[in-house]
Write a protein of this length. Structure first.
Length: 354
């Protein structure tokens, strides 16, 4: 499907990422990453990830009552609160990474304070976290969720969307479509969220990603089945035109008709999965689910996981094998217990009828 509107530029995306920042900080970040004359040439993934962490930091400290007119919003008290807020969900390795990202942002938006040593405490915070992070294993999400579970969630959302009116229906359809596409096209959340109409080929049943969207910096194409093509076509022809603003060519849009922020899809998917499965499932699990289900159905073809997710490490492949075996064991236990319960119920009914 060919897009008739222009694709968002790097500047457009940076403006969107820094909308909640103080004006001077946002301007400094955008200018530093300007594709034509900015001094930094970071990959888009790093550029937006670091900006997102700073946005999350600002959200935490603003809730704590940080004055908006503060000269420097990075404070020792604010960072301590930010760490406490994330300790329950983030591993020590991740927390260490967050502080590193805040330092890199500070180098751009508060360069004079970095040079003067006013933010040396931030470097010390990172140093204090390092031995804890280095001594902790890299944590994998332990949810035993397979692609089959998530396909059911996506299908339920797509069917229920037709019974709703207005944006609520479009929003539910968008979330179901996001989950469905993420299972058949297991790219990372940011890549999925950045898809444009001209990257989707409905007639050929394919989705193409540019190298700039992929973490490995290699462009890649995916084949999608007819059912997914139908869902995408329905979105592009029926749902999306009602809300998309002129000049917006993003596949996923917000209620305002602008390109959706990836955090919005993250929250929407977690809420839908909590409602349908009883647990909040994040978009990153889509990649795990695709690989795990592949190994469930093709246990002798573990090499396919490497090709699917483009991982080179055998250790990573083995982790997915363990997850697949755990899901199979869980299902077998569930089936056995249910069968035993049904047998006991039949015996009880037989005894009562005598």
């Amino acid at each position: 499907m060919t897009a008739i509107n222009r694709r968002p530029t790097t500047t457009d995306q940076l403006i969107q990422e820094t909308m909640t920042w103080p004006a001077d900080a946002g301007q400094a970040w955008r200018e530093a990453h300007d594709p034509h004359w900015g001094p930094l040439s970071w990959a888009p993934e790093s550029r937006y990830t670091y900006a997102r962490i700073f946005s999350r930091y600002l959200e935490v400290v603003r809730k704590a009552g940080l004055p908006e007119d503060a000269v420097c919003l990075l404070t020792s008290t604010g960072v301590k609160r930010f760490i406490r807020e994330n300790q329950g969900t983030a591993s020590p390795r991740t927390l260490h990474g967050y502080i590193h990202q805040l330092i890199e942002v500070a180098k751009v938006v508060y360069p004079e304070r970095i040079k003067s040593g006013e933010l040396d405490w931030l470097y010390q915070t990172r140093a204090n976290l390092f031995p804890i992070a280095a001594g902790s294993p890299k944590r994998r999400h332990d949810l035993l969720v397979s692609a089959i579970d998530l396909l059911w969630v996506a299908d339920a959302a797509l069917r229920e969307a037709g019974d709703l009116t207005g944006w609520k229906g479009a929003q539910l359809y968008r979330t179901g479509m996001f989950i469905l596409l993420g299972l058949y096209v297991p790219e990372r959340r940011r890549a999925l969220c950045s898809l444009q109409l001209d990257q989707i080929y409905l007639e050929g049943g394919a989705v193409h990603f540019d190298a700039s969207q992929i973490k490995t910096r290699q462009d890649h194409s995916w084949c999608i089945p007819d059912g997914v093509v139908d869902v995408l076509r329905n979105w592009c022809e029926e749902w999306r035109p009602r809300y998309a603003q002129e000049g917006v060519s993003s596949l996923f849009i917000s209620a305002r008709g602008t390109p959706v922020v990836d955090a919005t899809l993250y929250a929407a998917m977690r809420e839908l999965c909590r409602d349908k499965l009883g647990v909040p499932v994040s978009p990153h699990i889509l990649r795990h689910a695709s690989a795990t289900t592949l190994l469930e159905l093709e246990p002798e073809r573990a090499d396919l996981v490497t090709l699917l997710l483009r991982h080179n490490s055998p250790k990573t492949r083995d982790e997915y094998t363990e997850r697949a075996n755990a899901i199979l064991a869980s299902r077998k236990a569930s089936d056995t217990i249910r069968a035993a319960g049904e047998m006991a119920a039949r015996e009880l009914r037989t005894q009562r009828s005598r």
